[in-house]
Write a protein that binds this ligand. Structure first.
Ligand code: GAP
Length: 493
């Protein structure tokens, strides 16, 4: 049922212009997507909302837009060049490459009743295997442990299915950073990387920001922008892609003056509120999960994930990590600069610690669409209406204007007047539709989440009023044209 929901969403994405497969004309390019006209509006609305909520409406957070292409020394200093790697295996038969931890975790979740007591291991232990079956997690396992599990349990290939565990290659490591060779410089000097996270931009610009603004601890630097990771795992639409948009904040504080646990909990509350109150997502579909020691990234002292119940299960939406002074310390050491800020009260230099909320905007996009998707059969007679009950502030199009009939010039002229008036006065996109019959136009607008449809009919020519149809209830109301803009504006906030 849930997987089926993902199929329905994927079909809707292509049918209505939310998301298309990347490079579609040439047969597609795995793990890349293009956002269509409607999807582009939705993702822009999500980004604008994020920026307004976390930057523009606050006094303690400033914005940054760092370069996507960055010096190799940044990634060496941060530890990503050495440690930002996934373990993978190749199926020798069909040559499918799979992330080893995902292969194991997916297999465990489907084979929970497996008898593990009569197995024997060389590098694994019975206890470790039991924990993996209980938690469905194998984070932090060594390459040897992952490989042994595949052999002992004879895990088949997820693609060709028939492959027994012995037909896999050894488990190997694969760095996720995309290296680039810049044309103007030869060899090592010309090595750069497409950024693997926006976060490093904030640490590298830290000194410039404190020298060019009046920020004082505690304060944050926020950034919205693309990151790139050479991901092995495929599938689940835009959930995991090689190019994706991140919204990250590095919130700097003096560990002697601010209690990191209190700050951490404040951020948890803000992330939850943004998801439920701003994006309108049901809190029943959200939960917190703390990372165990072996799962946590190399730079973090505590990490918790806000997880959302996607059609393929509860998965990470938004990470919150206490990165301590790891990154500033690393960059200070490697650049030879002192990355400190002056405390005006004590006149002492402070190396701030950092708490980092980091979200994938594309995951927010998938979440709001999944949460808003409703199949409404209340009209009876077996008719099912697909409606995206998006919050009006997120809706790609705010209002659609229809002339009742396409071939009546007096109706078209009146409807065009209404359309132009609304286009001027409504904040957001107002669209025109005169194709097919009214029923089909409603159907199309419901599927992309347009909150209101306005129909100009023959009565309009007499009474100067239009029919306004509400997307969620399908209830129709007659509203005078002179009141229309004000009426819609109050409903769309
Ligand atoms: N600076 C910390 C950092 O990047 P992360 O957990 O690797 O941490 C943060 O990424 C968020 O970025 C994740 O919670 C997820 O929402 C999103 N994200 C990470 N990899 C992604 C991918 N390949 N595709 C889409 N979103 C991704």
């Amino acid at each position: 049922m849930a997987e089926n929901q993902m199929d329905k969403l994927s079909a809707l994405f292509k049918r209505r212009g939310f998301v298309y497969p990347g490079s579609d004309l040439y047969g597609g390019l795995a793990n890349t997507y293009d956002y269509g006209p409607v999807g582009t509006e939705l993702i822009r609305n999500i980004k604008n909302l994020w920026w307004k909520y976390f930057v523009q409406k606050r006094d303690d957070i400033v914005g940054l837009d760092a370069s996507l292409i960055s010096h190799h020394k940044i990634w060496e200093a941060s530890g990503h060049a050495a440690n930002f790697a996934d373990a993978f295996v190749d199926c020798k038969k069909c040559r499918t490459r799979i992330r080893a931890d995902h292969l194991l975790e997916d297999w465990i979740s489907l084979n929970k009743d497996t008898d593990t007591a009569n197995k024997s291991y060389e590098v694994l232990t019975h206890e470790k295997v039991s924990v993996a079956f209980a938690t469905e997690k194998v984070e932090g396992w060594s390459l040897e442990e992952l490989g042994e599990f595949i052999k002992v349990f004879e895990i088949p290939c997820t693609k060709c299915k028939e492959n027994p565990g012995t037909e896999w290659t050894d488990v190997r490591k694969f760095n996720q950073l995309f290296p680039l060779q810049l044309g103007i410089v030869e060899g090592e000097q010309g090595l750069a990387y497409l950024r693997g996270e926006t976060a490093q931009g904030m640490f590298v610009a830290f000194e410039n920001v404190i020298n060019s603004t009046r920020v004082r601890l505690p304060f944050g630097i926020a950034q919205l922008g693309k990151s790139f990771r050479n991901e092995i795992t495929l599938g689940n639409s835009v959930f995991r892609t090689i190019e994706f948009e991140q919204g990250e904040i590095e919130y700097f504080f003096d560990p002697k003056k601010s209690d990191w646990e209190l700050l951490f909990n404040d951020w948890k509350e803000m992330m939850w509120k943004f998801s439920t109150e701003q994006l309108g997502v049901s809190s029943e579909n959200l939960r917190w999960r703390e990372h165990a020691d072996e799962e946590r990234s190399f730079y973090s002292k505590r990490t918790e994930d806000l997880e959302y119940k996607f059609p393929f299960g509860f998965k990470e939406l938004w990470g919150l990590a206490y990165r301590t002074d790891y990154d500033l310390g690393q960059h200070a050491k490697n650049s030879g600069k002192t990355l400190e800020i002056n405390d005006p009260e004590t006149n002492e230099k402070v190396v701030p610690h950092v708490i980092e909320p980091a979200v994938g905007i594309n995951r927010l996009f998938l979440m709001v669409l999944n949460d808003a998707y409703v199949e409404d059969s209340s009209a009876g007679s077996g008719h099912v209406r697909v409606v995206l009950k998006l919050h009006p502030r997120l809706a790609p199009y705010k209002v659609a204007v229809f002339p009742l009939l396409k071939n009546k010039p007096e109706l078209i002229a009146k409807a065009q007047d209404v359309y132009k008036m609304l286009k001027e006065s409504i904040d957001g996109i107002v669209v025109w539709d005169d194709r097919g019959n009214i029923g089909k136009r409603y159907l199309a607008q419901d599927e992309i989440g347009t909150p209101f449809c306005v129909t100009v009919d023959f009565d309009t020519l007499e009474d100067d009023a239009v029919t306004v149809r509400d997307r969620d209830t399908a209830v129709q109301e007659r509203i005078g044209i002179s009141e229309l803009a004000k009426y819609l504006a109050t409903q769309l906030v």
